[in-house]
Design a protein around this ligand. Structure first.
Ligand code: NOJ
Length: 508
């Protein structure tokens, strides 16, 4: 019966959830937009900033273009960036701090005042207009000096991060209500250490990736506990983690495919959610068993997936005030036919993914629109983890150049509608974050994939920003609290939203 209902629901979602009721976002639901330091700041070596793993990665690969050196020049454009947020009328802005700008050695022995000042100026400008800052401490840009010591595969990285977090909390806890410790641990670890297509590109398949996962999760927990112990009583802020929760659906109802989807969810979602939101405070049992069995077959004396001590499990359990959910797309799972290198994360999981030909394609090769996946992801988290408090910390769509972006408008509307249904069905969602405020450096893909509500002219000296149609549509949704099917702006000229002026925003 339940499954039957889900099928009906997924059909209606695919159709645009067409029933006659008008659903609306409550007045205290928060809307925001996001960026990340490497993707927008530029000024890669200005004012004593040191080299990050992304600077090194891009500069040492002639095939990659060094778009991040200047990026959107946000380091010099605070007032324009905040102006755009005022135009949109958002409640909060999620941005990240570059560790290398604040602590060039990676350690707190030398704090760069100029680096700190940039973030103080940005935060102050946001607060001036009543826009809440939501600060990500780590969005992929580790100091290269720490990478030279093994980066996240070194257990000391837990302390390095905790020390860095302390500097950030000491400086910003009085002004910043929401912190995100780490962005997308799966990308940091499985892509960065278990592959070579993402910085630092270590390619330690099935070993370095899991070491990294253990340390990143503990680094998060330590930073959370630090805030809880020393800053929370005074400042009352919240601290969470942003996890990539894309949906995984079986390709059809055959048992083996249903099982493959479940395995893939545990490997790609549970690995990060389970340690914090389960009673055990540990990696999912299924992942532990699989990796242990494979490791044994491969001649390892212990599992390649490291374990947590009882104290570490206690540290992890409940170490988040909200589950930051980055959601973009859906994959269709079946048992793997391909032979993956052994050992490797992909071999351990042994699931292949495809996407439906019926789903609209973004410019990013991995990105297709399947709004029912957001609905199902929410219900899955509710069921597995007892209705955690969720903030959608990223969702977005990539296009080409051009200010008319009907596919982004459709995607935004369809996913926000799916979110309204998920909320109606009990999901506790406090806010939604559109990725991204403006076009920016999409990591190895450079500026070719455009995720912005604002278009950026990367050929102009000041990286001129102009609103797309989707920026107007998002502004209107924030104002009206409903998703309209047909509304379009009559002109692309943007003015500051009247909604923002003098309104007191509630907390998450
Ligand atoms: C998630 C990442 O956090 C962000 O940096 C990236 O630009 C988007 N996905 C789009 O790929």
């Amino acid at each position: 019966m339940f499954y039957f209902l889900l099928v009906i629901l997924s059909v209606s979602v695919a159709d645009g959830w067409s029933d006659n009721r008008q659903r609306r976002f409550k007045d205290d639901f928060l809307f925001g937009t996001a960026s990340a330091s490497y993707q927008v700041e530029g000024a890669w070596d200005a004012d004593g900033k040191s080299e990050s793993i992304w600077d090194r990665y891009v500069h040492s690969r002639p095939k990659l273009s060094p778009d991040g050196d200047v990026a959107c020049d946000s380091y010099h454009q605070i007032s324009r960036d905040v102006q755009m947020l005022r135009e949109l009328g958002v409640d909060f802005y999620r941005f990240s701090i570059a560790w290398t700008r604040v602590l060039p050695s990676g350690f707190p022995n030398k704090i760069k005042e100029k680096g700190l000042q940039y973030y103080h100026n940005l935060v102050d400008e946001l607060l001036k207009y009543n826009i809440q800052p939501m600060v990500t401490l780590y969005h992929f840009d580790l100091p290269q000096s720490l990478q030279d010591l093994g980066g996240w595969t070194n257990p000391l990285s837990i302390t390095w991060f905790e020390d860095y977090a302390r500097v950030i909390f000491e400086n910003f806890a009085s002004k910043v209500p929401h912190f995100i410790t780490i962005n997308q641990p799966n990308t940091v670890c499985v892509d960065g250490y278990g592959g070579d297509n993402f910085a630092p590109g270590i390619n330690s398949l099935g070993v370095g990736d899991y070491l990294c996962v253990k340390h990143v999760m503990l680094a998060h927990a330590k930073a959370y506990r630090l805030y809880e112990k020393e800053f929370k009583t005074k400042h009352q802020g919240s601290v969470g983690i942003a996890i990539s929760v894309n949906w995984i659906e079986p390709i059809n109802n055959q048992t083996e495919n249903v099982e493959a989807a479940e395995v893939a969810r545990e490997f790609s979602i549970g690995l990060y959610v389970n340690p914090i939101w389960s009673k055990e405070g540990d990696f999912p049992a299924l992942v532990k068993e699989r990796v242990a069995a494979k490791s044994k077959e491969q001649g390892f004396l212990t599992s390649r997936l490291p374990t947590f001590t009882p104290e570490e499990k206690d540290l992890l359990k409940g170490s988040s005030d909200f589950l930051g959910m980055n959601h973009y797309t859906t994959g269709l799972a079946q048992p793997s036919a391909a032979k993956y290198p052994s050992p490797s994360f992909l071999d351990d999981m042994s699931v292949d993914f495809t996407q439906s030909l019926d789903w609209v394609q973004g410019t990013s090769p991995w990105l297709k629109s399947a709004p029912f996946g957001l609905y199902k992801s929410c219900l899955y988290l509710n069921k597995q983890y007892g209705y955690p408090t969720i903030i959608i910390t990223e969702h977005g769509w990539s296009t080409n150049l051009g200010r008319k972006d009907p596919s982004r408008v459709d995607n935004l509307r369809a996913y926000l509608t799916a979110l309204l249904f998920a909320i109606e069905d009990g999901t506790v969602v406090k806010g939604y974050t559109a990725w991204s405020l403006m076009d920016n450096v999409e990591w190895g893909a450079g500026v070719s994939e455009r995720f912005g509500l604002y278009e950026v002219d990367f050929n102009s000296q000041n990286r001129h920003r102009s609103p797309r149609v989707s920026a107007h549509v998002y502004k209107r949704i924030i104002e009206q609290r409903v998703v309209e099917d047909t509304w379009r702006p009559t002109s692309l000229k943007m003015e500051v939203s009247t909604r923002r002026t003098g309104k007191n925003k509630s907390e998450l």
